[in-house]
Ligand binder design. Sequence first.
Ligand code: ADP
Ligand code: ZN
Length: 640
Amino acid sequence: MTLAYSVNFGGGETFYDWMVQTIVVNGPMDFLTDSDPAMAVLRRYFGFDGFRGFQREIIDHVLQGGDAVVLMPTGGGKSLCFQIPAILRHGVGIVVSPLIALMQNQVGALRQNGIRAAFINSSMTWQESMSVAEGAKRGQLDLLYMAPERILTLGALDWLSRMPLALFAIDEAHCVSQWGHDFRPDYLGLTVLAERFPDVPRVALTATADPLTRTEIVKRLRLDRARSFIAGFDRPNIRYHITIKNNPRRQLLSFLQREHRGDAGIVYCLSRAKVEETAEWLAGEGWNALPYHAGLHNDLRRHNQNRFLYENGIIMVATIAFGMGIDKPDVRFVAHLDLPKSMEAYYQETGRAGRDGLPANAFLTYGLEDVVLLRQFIEKSSAEAQIKRIEHRKLESLIGLCETGSCRRRLLLRYFGDHPPETCNNCDNCLSHVETWDGLEAAQKALSCVYRTDQRFGVVHLIDVLTGKKTEKVLSFGHHKVSTFGIGKELSASQWRSVFRQLVAGNYLEVDTEGHGGLRLCEASRPLLRGEKSIVFRKDTVSPKKQAKGNKPREGVPPSFSGSGKGRLLETLRAMCVEVAKEQDIPPYFIFHEATLKEIVAFMPTTLEELGKIHGVGMRKLKNYGERVLRVIADFQAQL
Ligand code: ADP
Ligand code: ZN
């Protein structure tokens, strides 16, 4: 028998070679007789020594044949919830995955761990697909990833019904929801799985939060009898910073210099032009920055994406076209130079940072112009009134997040239905107290200035009038003669900007959506003008605050080694991963994750046995890379 199948999973071997090697390396499946087989698989293949959150419960439930709906945040560890039952149950586990990139990533990573996994998708020839199918039928696979449209063909359904199946895992299950932005019509067809395979457990997994989507998943995938496992949405390792825009480039630069030298990260911008300008400017400042947006030529886009995945420390400057399907675990920061459209978008985009659980930053600069621009976008769009109302509401929640003086994480999580504590100690507001001031008098001056100048001017002009500047425009409109001219000299122009921003954000002033962002009064302005309502403003800080004293790193997070001798060892190990990965044409995090490298540096193992105890070093990786790692450590020690 020849199985001519070579898709690059790392190693360049054919499917058959690889299979033989795996069986030899892994030895007999003796974990099946272990008193705790799931734990044995976790240790042996993945190199971890404990389950996280609901993983244990989900795995046990599915092992017993139960259906499950799993909702966990990004980086929560959803994959193990179906991978381990698929390895342990009789037959092959079929994983429905919407994107080729996601499949290739997961299969590549599984195979690095010595797990018998493969995929069938449209990038393969019929013959290649057939050889994988053949392998599955012979019981040579534990996990088979397939695109939904493949599974739904009659031929595939027949073929699947003739072999033992461990389970169906429906990844990114929110793609079934017609209301969400990732809707995939093919996912609707997956209803057939319940009909054709009533005895095979089905697990639907997603990181998308809202109850409507959850109901859709249960209904469309016929999961009425499934147990739901809903984890909180918190990403405790992500630190949120939101600062007021005041020369955003300089703000970004100082954020990068302070916290992210040499790190991989994403900088999101609203427009393609801004992506290109920002990438070019960052590169000019000596950073490893590349652009990514839908308007770039396909080849260049792919090239830039690959560099981001395969090299260390690349900054991707991108529109939101970049992100879905990127599950690079060591993205250390996500920065937004423009305000996203909603809390959902913000949470999804920032969620791409720190999938590996190590500390990561979400950084956003925000200003009045963002609010004006996005409100205008919504108003000018051709959407129905009801849709516009929803979009406005979503934007308002995000503006609330930017303006709040209390814990940002709490606000975010409450928005998604969680019940977080009052403070998180890992957002800018928690780490340093936000000062506020009584703003009624300033608000009244600002509002009456809007009124006296006929409710059609933008902030710059209004501030000139308030601070008594006789500009050409002020003189030409005769605004040096209005009663509010020069009544606001006690505040600086930037303080007035802050007042106007907070009035607009709080909907005490309306933005003219037709013209050039002129401001006008609205219902909510009246009680303020009449002094019937009080208002408190936050004092803006334009540079991110210093970390509060006593803010300890999260437990379990290895220390930072920058600047020390051990920092050099970490660098050498990273470089080793890049080199090994290059030989196999795979991303370096397939070899070892950053968290694993840091643990190696912290413990400096000197034998294979010691190295095998490090988290993330399973049996297969120990065999393939163990000697090389030990050599790096020995060389390092010799130089001390
Ligand atoms: P998700 O699909 O939910 O975004 P993944 O399954 O990709 O998350 O897991 C996120 C990261 O957490 C991966 O790097 C994975 O290796 C790691 N991980 C998952 N479960 C455990 C565990 N029990 N112990 C240690 N690390 C884990
Ligand atoms: Zn907080």
